[in-house]
Structure formats: structure tokens, C-alpha cells
Ligand binder design. Structure first.
Ligand code: ATP
Length: 359
């Protein structure tokens, strides 16, 4: 089912939590709402669910305007961070609860609950109570309870936040697999950019109630439209500083505060070149060299943080702080001088005033 949010707005007192958000979600698409705490993700989701009434705008499910419909009349399934299971009921009773309300026959309830539980790998837990389950199992029950209604739209609000890191990764791929298998349209609220980037077909980045960007994950990463997106998406975050560019006859360069010049690909040079700009380069787009080179800059390592596959190096280059990634086998230590060369094709440039991308 296609979902359209049209200039959706929500106010709490004098503050606008959601400010004219418009976006379309194709049938069967998985969309993540991504943004920092308090940006309006959950409020937008709750309006889509019918739990909050918008102060402006409309919501369409397919051709139907559902803006004023009650949640129960919207044919949606919801899964929250707090699994919200009934503690005194068994897994079977929790999953089949909505069928019981609809007075389905015992036979029907048994058949459909078994099917859903099987699909979620909890077929052997139907007689247990939520208190006897792990966090991951409880979240599967919550998902089962949403799926048994055969919803046309699944809404998730930070569903994996209470799980440990390993289980989060497993559940991420499981939710995605199920969603694709069942072909259900899905909105997934998260402040975790890795979750959004790995699961979603498109990511809606929201800041201060305003939709900043709505694009596939890779585009968001490679062509951030604003400085906020550049910094928010990507881990470790993009290196950012107030820059000056030097335009020479044969090449353009970013001037570092230690005086060194780093090349920018001509295709990448913003035209016209503004006086006041912010430059950005992601740590993974910077090569560390084993020796000095005229197209490299130098920095002094202040901190080394092992990340597993890489070591994260906090460095100082003149007055600029910069983060680099190094092979742990390189043995780079604090206090050491390193030489680095950014990929000339990977620079980002933003207007220092408007913070809009100049590319
Ligand atoms: P989080 O990731 O922390 O859940 P969020 O992006 O989902 O954040 P919302 O919960 O949508 O953010 O909140 C958006 C803004 O609206 C916040 O400033 C919040 O304080 C405010 N807000 C949300 N619900 C209410 C409410 N019921 N009454 C008053 N203000 C609210």
C-alpha cells in the first residue's frame, strides 16, 4: 500500500514538533525516519498511526484520505521499543489477541498463530509467558502480534534499542527479510544511522521537525545536501572545518591551517568558488602515507582508539582537528607524526552561511 504524507504538521503548545513534512512511500517500500532525539520522528509516526491528530496536512493510504481515521480502522501493525506485551498472557495469547477480539474461531487462531510464530522462529515458545523470554524473543512476539493482523503498513519505533549489539544485527536482517517476503510497506523510526542505512530503501532525515532529505542510503552518504546530513550520516563522522580554497592554473586545492595544499578533483571544485565555505572529508576517504609527499599534509596523532578492523586516530593538523583511520598493523601511536592524502574526488563543500552543499 502506498502512503502519502502531505504537509503534515504537529504542534505542542507553541512549539512545532513536525513542520510540513511531505513524502511518498511506495507500496512495499521500507523507509527509515532518521534524526537526533526530539527531531519529530516519533510524532510523525504516531500521526501516521492515527494516535496523534495532525494540526495540519493530510495522510493518504493509497487513494484513501485517512487523516481522521481511528488507529483501529487503519489496518496497521506497530512494534515499539518497549515490547508492550501482556505479561500475564502466554506467547500464544499475546500473538492471537487481536484475533480473539475479532471473535475468530479457536481453530483459525491456532492455525494463524502457529504460522506467524513459525515464520519468526518462536513456534516452540507459544506456551511461555513474556517474563520467561529473552529480549530478542519478546521482540519477535511483538512482531508476531503486529503481523497476525495482516497489516498493509508496519510501523516500527526504535524496536531494537533494548537488544544487545549482536542481537540487533540479527534482528535487523530478520525484519528486513520478513518485510521483503511479505511485501509490506514499512516505516522504521531510528536515531541509529547504521540501522537506517542498512535496512531502508530510502531514508528520511529529519531535523527540528523539518524533512532535510529523502533519498536512498548510498546517495545520502555520497551526496549530502546539507552539512547536518554530512555530519549525521557516516561513522566515524565526516571531518569538517572552515576552509579556504586555492585555485591554481592546473589544479584546485584545499589549504590546511599548517599551510599544506591538498588536491581537489576539477570535477569536484565548486563554481563559483565562495569566499566563505565549510569543507568536509570522510575519514575513510583519506589515505595515510608511509612517507612525506608534496600532495599530502601532516598531522600529529593525539589519541588512538581501536575499532577492530581499523584504528581511529584523533589528530591535529595545524589548528585543525582531524580524524583518520589506520590499519592497526601500522602500529601508529600517540605523539607520532603522520602524512595523509584525501581522495581528490571525495571532498564535500558547504556554504558556511546556509550550510547547503555547493556540489
Ligand atoms: P526520540 O528519538 O527521542 O524519541 P523523536 O525524534 O522521536 O525523538 P518526538 O518524540 O517526535 O521526537 O518529539 C518531537 C518534539 O515534540 C520534542 O521536542 C518533544 O519534546 C515534543 N513532544 C513529543 N510528544 C509530546 C507531547 N505529548 N507533549 C508535548 N511535547 C511533545
Amino acid at each position: 500500500m502506498k502512503v502519502i504524507l502531505d504537509t503534515l504538521t504537529k504542534k505542542f503548545g507553541n512549539s512545532t514538533a513536525v513542520d510540513k513534512i511531505s513524502l511518498e512511500i511506495e507500496s512495499g517500500e521500507f523507509v527509515a525516519f532518521l534524526g537526533p532525539s526530539g527531531c519529530g520522528k516519533t510524532t510523525t509516526l504516531l500521526m501516521t498511526a492515527g494516535i496523534y491528530k495532525p494540526d495540519g496536512g493530510h495522510i493518504f493510504f493509497g487513494d484513501r484520505d485517512v487523516t481522521t481515521l481511528q488507529p483501529k480502522d487503519r489496518n496497521i501493525g506497530m512494534v515499539f521499543q518497549s515490547y508492550a506485551l501482556y505479561p500475564h498472557m502466554t506467547v500464544f495469547e499475546n500473538i492471537s489477541f487481536s484475533m480473539k477480539l475479532k471473535k475468530a474461531s479457536k481453530q483459525e487462531m491456532e492455525k494463524e498463530t502457529a504460522e506467524v510464530a513459525e515464520m519468526l522462529g518462536i513456534g516452540n515458545l507459544l506456551h511461555r509467558k513474556p517474563g520467561e523470554l529473552s529480549g530478542g524473543q519478546q521482540q519477535r512476539v511483538a512482531l508476531g502480534r503486529a503481523l497476525i493482523k495482516k497489516p498493509e503498513l508496519l510501523l516500527f519505533d526504535e524496536p531494537l534499542s533494548n537488544l544487545d549489539a549482536r542481537l540487533r544485527i540479527t534482528m535487523r536482517s530478520e525484519i528486513k527479510r520478513l518485510q521483503k517476503e511479505l511485501g509490506i510497506t514499512c516505516i522504521y523510526v531510528t536515531h541509529d544511522q547504521v540501522e537506517a542505512m542498512t535496512m531502508a530503501d530510502r531514508v528520511a532525515v529529519i531535523k527540528d521537525g523539518v524533512l532535510q532529505s529523502y533519498r536512498p542510503p548510498l546517495e545520502l552518504h555520497e551526496h549530502p545536501r546539507t552539512l547536518f546530513i554530512g555530519q549525521f550520516v557516516g561513522n566515524p563522522p565526516m571531518n569538517i572545518w572552515q576552509g579556504s580554497l586555492i585555485d591554481k592554473a592546473d589544479m584546485s586545492c584545499v589549504k590546511m591551517s599548517d599551510g599544506s595544499l591538498l588536491r581537489i578533483s576539477r570535477k569536484r571544485t565548486p563554481q563559483p568558488m565562495p569566499a566563505d565555505l565549510t569543507v568536509g572529508i570522510r575519514p575513510e576517504d583519506i589515505e595515510i602515507l608511509s612517507e612525506e609527499s608534496e600532495d599530502a599534509a601532516s598531522a600529529v596523532v593525539s589519541l588512538v582508539e581501536p575499532l577492530g578492523r581499523d584504528n581511529l586516530l584523533q589528530c591535529r593538523c595545524g589548528e585543525q582537528e582531524i580524524v583518520l583511520l589506520a590499519d592497526p598493523r601500522s602500529g601508529i601511536r600517540p605523539g607520532q607524526k603522520v602524512f595523509f592524502r584525501p581522495d581528490p574526488n571525495a571532498w564535500q563543500f558547504f556554504d558556511a552561511q546556509t550550510e547547503q552543499s555547493l556540489l
